[in-house]
Ligand binder design. Structure first.
Ligand code: SF4
Length: 709
């Protein structure tokens, strides 16, 4: 099926990119992938003769999106035409002076000189917005040229606990099923996620499953739209998820709902784990979580014994963004193993990935402790990559993203190559992050648009957007899909992979190292190298992807891809139960000075911090100001009415927002989205404390006080 072709007839539908009364004629259509979230919807960019995106269409029969797009995919890609796009390299020669336009040679030579100087105190930060090829080249540069594993990306901030727990317990850190399983399931348990806001096409597919007979259990401290359809809504106190899932497992065992054959055949560690569950009786769990015993029992029964097919466990950042994030995911996986809800149609574990290519960026090894394909840093894996890349590789794990920020604040990092991210908005405790980054001797910001972090940059490198380059993204169901160039990058902007290769050659030359691994002429060559080194991608090529996306593992060129993992059990070993205890709900809880609990998340009309979506007039018009959800009792206690301007203050900063009085949040709890609009952002308030295992911040719980502004 051709993916790019001429279209001579103009279309009559409204554009979503209003630029006057006349809709320009569409002359070309390019099929690609949505740049917003990890659902990975197929979309078609309709282009005018002047090279503008006139309209976005869905892709009928697309296996992930089935012809659907949400508001961001259909109307939100206008950011590529933003007048604010970065179009030329910029250099700040001295502190306090402005950034000034320079040539690529001047910018990259300056950066290369600085990186050589600070190569023992260097880190690279990638972005899950970029392609697999961009990510692969970035981590290769960090490891093979700079000699460090200090390379990471924003998966650290969303699903690093899911990856760690699932890798340890199952041997794979990705979703075990496909979206199609949601439509075949007998029970859908949606935990700490709000798909209608964050992954709307998934929400639609969940509704299809419900229409076909699936029962729905929602686990969320906030009332979300899916609660309207839920058979059971469990509303636990924030930070009590381990107790909740240990309690569900206790009930499944006590009521004989568990899958003994599955447990005996496919798992290890059951007896030890079972002994650990003793205290998690329904009475105790109800007391800790606030969830009534009968609701716990109803949820356990629905999930463990679905009326048809299997049960899917679907979760989001409400589980992971805690100091106990890894423990939370371990408790979920234990419950799925106990009930045998893996590997069969309509079952499986599905962490809903955030950014469009967060799965792929992890697959590419943009991680401080894994080479591409999760191949670790052991001697065997290093030897394989050393031979392929013609260099020696560092063995010591590098710094995770959140520790890079702390190391910068301590003055231990001197140079950061920051591709596509905006840590001042996305890391917790924004003031602390700003202070740390401002101590760097060399901050290189490579991006498509200006952002808050760029204000501290020494060098800015203009990058091409998703619509201006070729490559691949991998979505939440492990589907590798082609991203196709539809437009010429503006000004001097270049694809990330090309910039990184150019920089790598210059640094390698200064260090007297070979740079032969950085002379690619097209991303297809990069992907071929990836496929040669990563066994689960070995059967995928650009040629095959022309016929549509392929779900990994795909080990050989004639392999069709793998929609569902573990259909024949666990190939290399048994799955492991992992005993896990509740512990403290959070590092910071409400007290007399900061009496309310703040929860954070996303909204439908923006993506996360809003770097892209706030460039789109239509989206910002739909959600123009940061809103804080307040329970009516708390609003009354603080003299706040719906629509009032309010000030939230934590121990780390403050935020002005518009009050939205609603019973969607519980009394004593507030909710603010991450997006930064005029008023500031949630991360001025959040707490820079971390899960000890994977270093994810505790975005979901901190203590604040509320006052009318
Ligand atoms: Fe894009 Fe996600 Fe919306 Fe699909 S659901 S159109 S991938 S933002």
């Amino acid at each position: 099926m051709p993916r790019e072709h001429d279209v001579h007839a103009p279309v009559s539908e409204p554009a979503g990119f209003p630029r006057g009364d006349e809709l320009p004629a569409i002359v070309r259509r390019v099929e690609t992938v949505c740049p917003y979230c990890g659902v990975g919807c197929g979309l078609v960019l309709n282009l005018s003769a002047r090279g503008e995106i006139v309209q976005v269409d869905d892709v009928p029969y697309h296996p992930s999106s089935e012809g659907m797009l949400c508001v961001k995919g259909r109307f939100g890609v206008g950011f590529v035409h933003s007048p604010q796009r970065l179009t030329t390299p910029l250099l700040r020669r001295r502190r306090g002076e402005p950034l000034e336009p320079v040539s690529w040679d001047v910018a990259l030579d300056y950066v290369a000189d600085q990186l050589v100087r600070y190569r023992d105190a260097f880190a690279a930060i990638g972005t899950a917005k970029a392609t697999n090829e961009d990510g692969y080249v970035l981590q290769k540069f960090a490891r093979a040229v700079m000699g460090t594993n200090n390379v990471d990306h924003c998966a650290r901030l969303c699903h690093s606990p899911s990856v760690a727990a699932m890798m340890e317990m199952l041997g794979s850190g990705s979703a075990t099923n496909s979206y199609a399983d949601f439509e075949q399931a007998g029970c859908l348990m949606v935990v700490g996620a709000d798909p209608d806001s964050n992954h709307p096409v998934i929400a639609a597919r969940l509704r299809t499953g419900i229409e076909r007979g699936a029962r729905l259990v929602v686990v969320n401290p906030k009332y979300i739209r899916l609660c309207d359809l839920a058979d059971v809504w469990l509303c636990p106190r924030p930070g009590t998820d381990v107790a909740l899932f240990n309690g569900l497992a206790w009930i499944a065992l006590q009521e004989g709902l568990w899958d003994e054959a599955f447990v005996r055949t496919h798992t290890t560690g059951f007896d030890l784990w079972r002994a650990h569950l003793t205290p998690y009786t329904p009475v105790n769990v109800a007391r800790v979580t606030g969830v009534p015993e009968e609701a716990l029992r109803a949820a356990a029964r629905l999930f463990a014994r679905p009326a048809r097919g299997g049960s899917c466990l679907i979760w989001g950042m409400g589980i992971t963004q805690h100091t106990r994030g890894t423990a939370n995911v371990q408790a979920l996986v234990n419950f799925a193993l106990l009930t045998g809800q893996l590997g069969k149609p309509g079952s499986g574990l599905a962490p809903l990935r955030g950014q469009n290519n967060v799965q792929g960026c992890s697959d590419m090894g943009v991680l401080p402790d894994h080479l591409p394909g999760y191949q670790g840093l052991g001697p065997e894996a290093r030897a394989k990559f050393e031979q392929a890349w013609g260099c020696s590789l560092p063995a010591e794990p590098g710094l995770p993203l959140t520790e890079m920020m702390e190391a910068a604040a301590r003055g231990e990092l001197k140079a950061i190559y920051l591709c596509g991210e905006n840590p001042i908005l996305t890391e917790p405790n924004a003031a602390h992050v700003r202070e740390g980054l401002s101590r760097l001797e060399c901050l290189v910001v490579q991006n498509i648009l200006p952002n808050e972090t760029m204000e501290l940059a020494h060098v800015v490198l203009p990058a091409a957007s998703f619509a201006e380059k070729d490559g691949t993204f991998t979505n939440s169901e492990r589907r590798v899909q082609r991203v196709r160039q539809a437009l010429v990058p503006p000004g001097q902007a270049r694809p990330d992979w090309e910039i990184t290769c150019d920089l790598a050659r210059r640094v390698a030359q200064r260090l007297g190292r070979p740079a032969h691994g950085f002379h690619y002429t097209h991303p297809a060559e990069i992907f071929a190298e990836i496929a040669a080194l990563v066994p689960f991608l070995a059967g995928i090529s650009y040629t095959r992807l022309e016929a549509g996306g392929i779900q990994w593992p795909c080990p050989t060129p004639d392999h069709p891809g793998t929609p569902r993992l573990f259909t024949a059990g666990f190939p290399d070993r048994r799955a492991r139960f992992q005993p896990v205890d509740q512990g403290l709900p959070a590092a910071e809880l409400p007290d007399r000075d900061y009496p309310l609990l703040l929860n954070t998340g996303r909204v439908l009309y923006h993506w996360h911090g809003g770097d892209l979506s706030r460039q789109v007039t239509g989206l910002t018009a739909l959600y123009p100001a940061v809103e804080v959800a307040i329970h009516p009792a708390d609003a009354a206690a603080h003299g706040v009415a719906d629509g009032d301007r309010v000030r939230l203050t934590s121990r780390r900063g403050e935020l002005l927002a518009t009050a939205r009085v609603t019973e969607a949040v519980q009394q004593g709890e507030l909710f603010v989205p991450f997006v930064r609009l005029a008023e500031g952002a949630a991360n001025f308030l959040t707490n820079n404390v971390y899960d000890p295992r994977v270093k994810i911040p505790e975005y979901k719980v901190c203590a604040v006080r509320l006052a009318r502004a």
